[in-house]
Design a protein around this ligand. Sequence first.
Ligand code: FAD
Ligand code: UDP
Length: 379
Amino acid sequence: MFDWLIVGAGFAGSVLAERIASQRGERVLLIDKRAHIGGNAYDRHDEAGVLIHQYGPHIFHTNSEAIFSYLSKFTRWRPYEHRVLAKVDGMLLPIPINLDTVNKLFGLSLDSEGLAAWFAARAEKREEIKSSEDVVVATVGRELYEKFFKGYTKKQWGVEPSQLDKSVTARVPTRVNRDDRYFTDSHQYMPTDGYTRMFERMLDHPNIKIMLQTDFEEIRNEVDYRRLIYTGPIDEFFEFRFGKLPYRSLQFKHVTLDRPWLQPVAVVNYPQTEAYTRVTEYKHLTGQRHEKTSVTFEYPCDSGDPYYPVPRAENMELYKRYEKLALAQKDVWFVGRLATYRYYNMDQVVGQALASFRRICAEVAPPKNRALASAVAAE
Ligand code: FAD
Ligand code: UDP
């Protein structure tokens, strides 16, 4: 008999397994239908021995000291600031759009003040910023929107930016200075030995049993457990009762090249050309030294593993109907990017999982004989 069955060994499931096992002294069965732990953050050495991310580039960044210090129990970190270039009009230009992007693209020599005025002269007035198109055209105008955002977003999501919530393109800021970092968070790092090693340490506890290549459906009636944490797609849990929630998928093409480097930065985006959205070269992220280099091309598609919830009003309405069912379930917790249909980064999922753990502790008394009362009180 397990105290908890946890479905999904990504960040959401693994953080909760670790907390429940180590702080409440309860027995956890953690399952995943894939052959590995780590969810979409899983990394591995490819045949050439280069550390790659199986499901596309994962860069850790957060402003939360609490989340950073929690994960630091399981890994050392390599400082890494992410920089991305976009191939536009045949040039490699900084994205987020900044002073250098505009000066190089148009052969100008504006300063920050000049660029602010340049944007203001081109920005389109909007009564209300609702869509992913609105956000960009209301800041930098239509020309830069079409060069940097329109094509990429259509490729990535399969719909026009005007059909997507503003939160999608709002992830990428616009700057009038020369800061070319992709993120500005106070903590920006890569786990020194990789994500998978971090997950292994997190789950290395006698109270945690892991079963891989195991779908929830296969065992839901076979295993004895008291409570359930589910981190898979919420619509699947309820057998698509209200219809399918759209999740966008990707095909990854992993290639090893017989040369030391391919591109000047870890990620190059292709908003105007190519069927793929971006190319990632891992050695920039990991700092690994190797005579060869491994890269990944991302091809967005509709069918396949669910990677991205699609932020649009109609999808949120459908999600809300599923969420209502979820809230009515007794002894079941829904956590993570797929189960709560949120376009969350890794740190946000860790934060959500830690918050869920606090809720669990408030709602469910730990078993008397095994409770580590002082540890729980300290949480
Ligand atoms: P997942 O990692 O998806 O884990 C869910 C797990 O549940 C999966 O392993 C799945 O196999 C399993 N599962 C589902 N259904 C079942 C079932 N029925 N039975 C058994 N197992 C099941 N975040 C960042 O912070 N920085 C980045 O740079 C970044 N880059 C990203 C790039 C890409 C291409 C993608 C797709 C995401 C990126 N993210 C990034 C987001 C990050 O991947 C997620 O925030 C995080 O991995 C979500 O963790 P999770 O546990 O909620 O979900
Ligand atoms: N985006 C774009 N052009 C770019 C980079 C991003 O149009 O060069 C848009 C696109 O819609 C993308 C969104 O901004 O899906 C968020 O970008 P981010 O890099 O955060 O995407 P993720 O890493 O989550 O795939």
